[in-house]
Design a protein around this ligand. Structure first.
Ligand SMILES: CC(C)(COP(=O)(O)OP(=O)(O)OC[C@H]1O[C@@H](n2cnc3c(N)ncnc32)[C@H](O)[C@@H]1OP(=O)(O)O)[C@@H](O)C(=O)NCCC(=O)NCCS
Length: 169
């Protein structure tokens, strides 16, 4: 798994993921947009990302299989986010590899000290992924809804020091 900056033509691939309604439900993407609207939305984000968003494409076997985010305006602390596109790719470890590559990028390239994340309790893939990255659970966030079920956010954090010591184990 490698990461690279997103390019304009990647918007086409990302918009195609959104044609799967079930993917949209799980990822909490609106299902109301057309392919063209999704493509335009992502083209705009790729061309003019907000200053607080670092978004990188996750590349596996030469294909864009997802993206990872480091979000926030604090100089040394950002929030991790991730998506693996196409449900058929889920459950093969790609999310974990993309998440690990993103932590490495955040700590090694951006010099962050802390990366945090939150996942809905009912989104077990996401919760497991954060646990497998070695992130420590710090508590409960606000309420949310996952696949029409009321649930709540669980918060996780990892420091540069913990990340580095996990690598040498
Ligand atoms: C969350 C997401 C990135 C996971 O991607 P993935 O490629 O399936 O991730 P992995 O294959 O690395 O699996 C992650 C964990 O989920 C577990 N898992 C797989 N299928 C599962 C299922 N049906 N139910 C519960 N857990 C499951 C895996 O076993 C793994 O945990 P483990 O390492 O403890 O065994 C992907 O489902 C996705 O893009 N979802 C939509 C967007 C989203 O929810 N993003 C997170 C917002 S914070």
């Amino acid at each position: 798994m490698t990461l690279r900056p997103l390019e304009l033509q990647d918007a086409e691939v990302i918009a195609a993921w959104a044609t799967d309604r079930e993917f949209c439900r799980e990822a909490d993407w609106t299902a109301d947009l057309t392919f063209t609207e999704y493509r335009r939305f992502h083209q705009n984000l790729i061309q003019s990302p907000p200053p607080e968003l670092v978004r990188l494409g996750a590349i596996h076997e030469g294909l864009l299989v997802g993206y990872v985010d480091l979000h926030g305006d604090e100089p040394q602390r950002r929030e991790l986010g991730f998506v693996i596109g196409e449900r058929g790719r889920w459950g093969r470890g790609l999310g974990r590899l993309a998440g690990a590559a993103c932590l490495a990028y955040g700590f090694d390239q951006l010099g962050l000290r802390v990366i945090w994340a939150e996942a809905l309790d009912a989104n077990q893939r996401s919760v497991h992924l954060l646990q497998r990255l070695g992130m420590a659970e710090t508590g409960r966030g606000g309420r949310g809804v996952f696949l029409d079920r009321p649930t709540y956010y669980r918060r996780f954090v990892i420091t540069a020091k913990d990340w580095a010591s996990g690598r040498t184990q």
